[in-house]
Ligand binder design. Structure first.
Ligand code: B3K
Ligand code: ZN
Length: 876
């Protein structure tokens, strides 16, 4: 791999910065290959750091240094020391003006960190440590400075943007112009942004609660101006929501959003100038699916909410990342829940958490939501930091209640406005505002792994006492010497044999939160006439696994009767998992496969229940994914997993074909498109029916799909039909549809990304041969992360059948792509390698093949820091 290992950074080594930067004036003369950057920094010794005047250390990566001037005196090269990742300048005074000039090459920057070009547009990405690829600077979030930015660019780049307010513009020589921006709020360098290009804009305005008018602008390439309405609507909803729910008002007079095609993640919350991955902002009914509409609403909300939870109050260091991300994900989840179906949002979020975060928590990169160490911080933008982090904030919300939580957040924002703080500061504000102790609860921030609750029950008929015994444990990871009991809010309810809720106390409450905080506890309920059926962990009140041995009949009963929507869905998942486990077992023994009747009965009941929310019906009718089945197994038998799911899908489809047809026809209305929750739910249910019907592979079903494909007026229906044809139609019908779709949409980047992933995720058509062909397709671009995620990510993460082929060819292919990617974009390479790092969950030859693929990556070249960290931790 390499001789000198990248350095590990530890939280325990945190020291306050030696120097602070009061103001930062930046000057950019844009040029694709040689952009000139000039900075003027007012630097001051940080009294809190101690006495004396240590050298000033500045971060800087891949920069061509031109000059350094201190208080107007040009320093000779002997006056500073340049090293591979920065600059050290000896100083003899506590306050000084530092001026630096350097050059950078945006065109060759394929890492998409720092300043780079996307389709000729200049843009930046500085979080976490990208600013050091722009100029020499103390690139750490606890150095907050007031920025002024001047951009000089040729006139073919008329739109020149940065943070804050525009204060000046004019011509610069014959063929250039300049614009100066001033951001009145001090911020860390990671929130800096610059955009320059030939862009169109869509404009609107928002009147804040105190009556200020804020100008809202979305910038995009001309061809996309028709795809900004939904993002604009979402932005205004988010601004209103944050005022109403958190009392947070927007603070600048302008809020800008820019859509960029080449972007490493979803979006970035730069102060006043959010930069978005085009896929997370652009949508129209003809080109975007319902899930894209919902993703856009939630990401626009997320980035907007960061203005307070992240920007006004920021992180002291990157170990505190979950302070802003966990909190902001919690905020955006509540925003989406308020605007759409709360139950479905919860189900989707929990599904993501359990399928992907739980496996991260059990894998080689496991870390707590406030990690102790990292080599490359980019590797820690994880589901643990984001999703588990949000669950931890949600538990605080559960413990304090709506009002108590709001008191806590008010105090947090008031106390820390304009500061860079820690997770501890957040918890402390919650405690102080409510006069409660969260001492034990704090362990959630430092402990690794997914806790397990083993629940047993006992009913004493003579006394009418029902006992729940709860044992908590956590698989001890090598990362930590001990796991102490956590404080787990465990929401429960109970049903009687007629399906009614049982009162759990004198006030008639039918639901309670049990405070699980010991290794083993007994909770007693009195005055019961019969043994109740417990409904456990309602609403998924904590990110834990619950083990309780429900019979399949009991699960069916819960699906039909539980008043907690989440747990109705949960019971359907458990029932499906039990059924799949039986099928796998039979397959392994060579016995004939037969699907349990309870599961069919449950699905039939759902399809017949006209009163049921279609959103919930749609969720219940979906079998768990291969990935979730795998996550739930101790050791994964990939072949049996695939066989069991294929068998179950087909058996359900055949048994319930009439019900699926009826439901499909009822919902297949021709009404005009709207992305509201009810219509989305109906389309979803309809398309699930279509997908089951096509699993029977009958001509009648495939004709229905073809018909929908030919006549669809929105992308949700069109894409669902195409997926059904790709997965179930014969070769020529499928290939014709794929070609037809491409011809129609080849100019639309977002649709083509969808088209690529539909093929790469298809168990039938996403064979390695076809994936290789997709990579050669003109629509594929190795330097565009969306395309990489669509093809390579789709194949490795969502095409279980082909990726896990027993010959190991899928693993080797992904390894080869990761090796190529690492030289272009280390962040994306380190993401794409993850599916092959989970080899310990597999057995025998399968595990060996994965390990070999990983070793191939390790041996290929001197890996980037990003990839090195993931690969070495996974092999070690
Ligand atoms: N804060 C950014 C993520 C930056 C990732 C850098 N590798 C987006 C977000 O969470 O809102
Ligand atoms: Zn975020």
């Amino acid at each position: 791999m390499q001789d000198t290992q990248p350095k590990t950074i530890y939280l325990k080594d945190y020291r306050v910065p030696d120097y602070l930067v009061d103001t930062t004036d930046l000057w950019f003369e844009l040029d694709p290959k040689a952009t000139l950057v000039k900075s003027r920094l007012k630097v001051r010794r940080n009294q809190a750091a101690g006495v004396g005047l240590p050298p000033l250390l500045l971060d800087g990566v891949e920069l061509e240094l031109l000059s350094v001037t201190l208080d107007g005196i040009l320093l000779s090269p002997a006056g500073y020391r340049e090293f591979p990742e920065g600059l050290s300048i000896p100083v003899d005074r506590a306050e000084f003006l530092l001026e630096i000039q350097n050059r950078i090459n945006p065109e060759d920057n394929t890492s998409l960190e720092g300043l780079y070009l996307s389709n000729g547009m200049y843009c930046t990405q500085c979080e976490a440590e990208g600013f050091r690829k722009i100029t020499f600077y103390p690139d750490r979030p606890d150095v907050m400075s007031k920025f002024t930015t001047t951009i000089v660019a040729p006139t073919d780049h008329p739109v020149l943007l940065s943070n804050g307010n525009e204060i000046e513009r004019g011509n610069y020589g014959a063929d250039r112009q300049f614009v100066t921006w001033e951001d009145p709020f001090a911020k860390p360098a990671y929130l800096f942004a610059l955009v320059a290009g030939d862009l169109e804009q869509v404009e609107d305005s928002f009147m804040t609660v105190s009556g200020r008018t804020v100008k809202l602008q979305i910038f995009t390439e001309t061809k996309n101006v028709g795809k900004c309405d939904h993002a604009m609507r979402s932005l205004k909803s988010a601004m209103r929501w944050d005022e109403e729910v958190y009392g947070r008002e927007y603070d600048l007079d302008i809020f800008m959003v820019v859509a960029v095609d080449h972007f490493n993640m979803g979006a970035m919350e730069n102060k006043g100038l959010n930069i978005f991955n085009s896929a997370c902002v652009l949508a129209s009914p003809e080109t975007a699916t319902d899930s894209a509409f919902q993703r856009i609403e939630s990401i626009v909300g997320h980035e907007y909410f960061h203005n307070w939870s992240g920007n006004r109050v920021t992180c002291r260091d990157w170990f505190q990342l979950s302070l802003k991300e966990g909190f902001t994900v919690f905020r955006d989840a509540e925003f989406s829940a308020d605007l759409n179906s709360r139950a479905v949002k919860r189900i989707e979020d929990v599904s993501l958490l359990r399928t992907n975060q739980f496996s991260e928590d059990a894998g080689p990169m496991a870390h707590s939501i406030r990690p102790d160490s990292y080599m490359e911080i980019s590797n820690f933008y994880t589901l643990t930091i984001y999703e588990k982090g949000a669950e931890v904030v949600r538990m605080i919300h559960t413990l304090l209640g709506e009002k108590g939580f709001r008191k806590g957040s008010d105090l947090y924002f008031k106390r820390h406005d304009g500061c860079a703080v820690t997770c501890e500061d957040f918890v402390k504000a919650m405690e102080d505002a409510n006069q409660v102790s969260l001492t034990q609860f704090r362990r959630w921030y430092s402990q690794v792994g997914t806790p397990v609750l083993d629940v047993k029950d006992h009913f004493d008929e003579t006394q009418g006492v029902y006992q729940l015994t709860v044992r908590q444990s956590c698989p001890l990871s090598e990362k930590q010497e001990e796991n102490l009991p956590l404080h787990i809010p465990f929401r429960v309810g109970m049903l009687d044999s007629t399906g009614k809720e049982i009162s759990l106390n004198e006030q008639g409450l039918t639901e309670t939160i049990l405070h699980v905080n010991g290794t083993e506890q007994i909770f007693e309920f009195f005055g019961l006439k019969e043994k109740p059926l417990p409904s456990l962990l309602r609403g998924f009140s904590a990110p834990v696994k619950v083990h309780y041995s429900y019979s399949n009949e009991q699960l069916l009963f819960l699906i039909r009767n539980d008043t907690d929507t989440f747990n109705r869905w949960e019971a359907s998942q458990r029932l499906a998992l039990n059924s799949l486990a039986e099928l796998q077992e039979a397959y392994r023994k060579g016995e004939p496969l037969q699907l349990r009747s309870e599961l069919i009965d449950a699905y039939r009941g759902v399809l017949k229940d006209r009163g049921l929310d279609p959103a919930l019906s749609a969720e219940i009718l979906q079998l768990p994914s291969e990935q979730f089945v795998a996550e739930e197994s101790v050791f994964i038998d990939s072949e049996a997993t695939v066989v069991a799911l294929e068998f179950a899908r087909k058996a359900i489809a055949e048994e319930l074909a009439d019900e699926f047809i009826r439901c499909y026809c009822e919902l297949n209305s021709q009404k005009s498109y709207s992305p509201d929750a009810k219509d989305i739910a109906e389309r979803r249910l309809k398309n699930i029916c279509l997908s089951y019907l096509c699993a029977t592979e009958t001509q009648e079903a495939l004709d229905m799909a073809q018909n929908q494909f030919d006549s669809a007026s929105n992308m949700t229906d069109s894409a669902a039909a195409l997926t059904a044809l790709i997965n179930y139609a014969g070769d020529s019908q499928a290939e014709n549809s794929i070609a037809q779709f491409y011809t129609r949409w080849q100019e639309d980047a977002q649709v083509i990304e969808l088209w690529l992933s539909q093929q790469s995720c298809s168990p039938k058509r996403g064979t390695l041969k076809n994936i290789r062909a997709l990579i050669e397709h003109p629509a594929f671009e190795m330097t565009n992360p969306n395309k990489v995620r669509s093809v390579i990510g789709g194949f490795a993460n969502r095409n279980f059948k082909q990726f896990h082929k027993n010959d190991g060819s899928g693993f080797e292919f992904v390894a080869d792509q990761v090796i190529a990617l690492d030289k272009l974009n280390p962040q994306i390479a380190a993401r794409m390698v993850i599916p092959i790092t989970r080899w310990r969950k597999y057995t025998g030859a399968h595990a060996e093949e994965m390990q070999m693929a990983l070793q191939k990556v390790a041996d290929s070249h001197v890996l980037s820091k990003d990839l090195f960290e993931v690969v070495s931790k996974s092999l070690g």
